[in-house]
Design a protein around this ligand. Structure first.
Ligand code: PLP
Length: 230
């Protein structure tokens, strides 16, 4: 296993869950309202197994191909495992993504919404979707611009019939994250969306205090990622 022992992963999961619960209590929220997505990208199946052994069932991956290498076998073994796609999706991978993922968090353009809808029709699977908003308006980052969000949400729902449940954002590295979380919450509220996917290892407690209904935590559970291992 990628350097982290099974016990370490179980301990870290418990630690993150406890901090989420504490952040919930501090703002009068029910900890049951917040789901922890364990982001296992770059970590091997044994790391995921350690989290599964500790009772965790919700995971996030950012690449379709990498997830295809790890998760079909794990899903067969744990039918209640729930897998979220949290990385950018190319339209030509939409069918593979729909076949494997239970939730797609990165819908950011109408062409992709159409590809997901077509894949749903073919596969009979209808993943829950989040529209990703580029709250920092960073040119290199995925996500629709805040000003385009209302129209995209409507098109996803009405034109393409997607099951849009909420919004997702990744704040710019150097910005105060709470400004971005507040903006995401505002866009969700005016569109009648109840789920907010926001907060990562460095800022998930802030996100919970700002209304996150799911946080995506990798490093704080699985340890540092080693991209050199390929
Ligand atoms: C990798 C990733 C995360 C987890 O990041 P950590 O800082 O390791 O917690 C969360 N969200 C997205 C979209 C990611 O790509």
């Amino acid at each position: 296993m990628s350097s982290e022992s099974e016990q370490t992963i179980a301990d870290r999961l418990a630690h993150v869950e406890a901090r989420i619960a504490k952040a919930c209590r501090a703002t009068g929220r029910d900890p049951a309202e917040v789901r922890l997505i364990a982001v296992s990208k770059t970590h091997d199946a044994d790391a995921v197994r350690a989290a599964l052994a500790a009772g965790h069932r919700v995971f996030g991956e950012n690449r379709v191909q990498e997830a295809e290498g790890k998760f079909p076998a794990l899903k067969a073994e744990y039918p209640d495992l729930e897998l979220h796609l949290i990385g950018p999706l190319q339209t030509n991978k939409a069918k593979d993504a729909v076949a494997l993922f239970d939730v797609i968090e990165t819908v950011d353009r109408e062409k992709l919404a159409a590809a997901i809808a077509a894949a749903s029709e073919k596969t009979g699977r209808r993943p829950r979707c989040f529209v990703q908003v580029n709250t920092g308006e960073e040119p290199q980052k995925a996500g629709c611009l805040p000003a385009a969000a209302d129209a995209l949400i409507a098109a996803c729902r009405i034109t393409h019939g997607l099951d849009v449940v909420g919004l997702m954002c990744i704040p710019p590295i150097d910005d105060e994250p709470s400004l971005h979380f507040a903006l995401l919450r505002k866009i969700a509220a005016r569109n009648g969306l109840h789920q907010l996917s926001m907060g990562m290892s460095s800022d998930y407690e802030i996100a919970v205090r700002q209304g996150a209904t799911q946080v995506r935590v990798g490093t704080a559970i699985f340890g540092q990622r080693d991209y050199s291992a390929g």
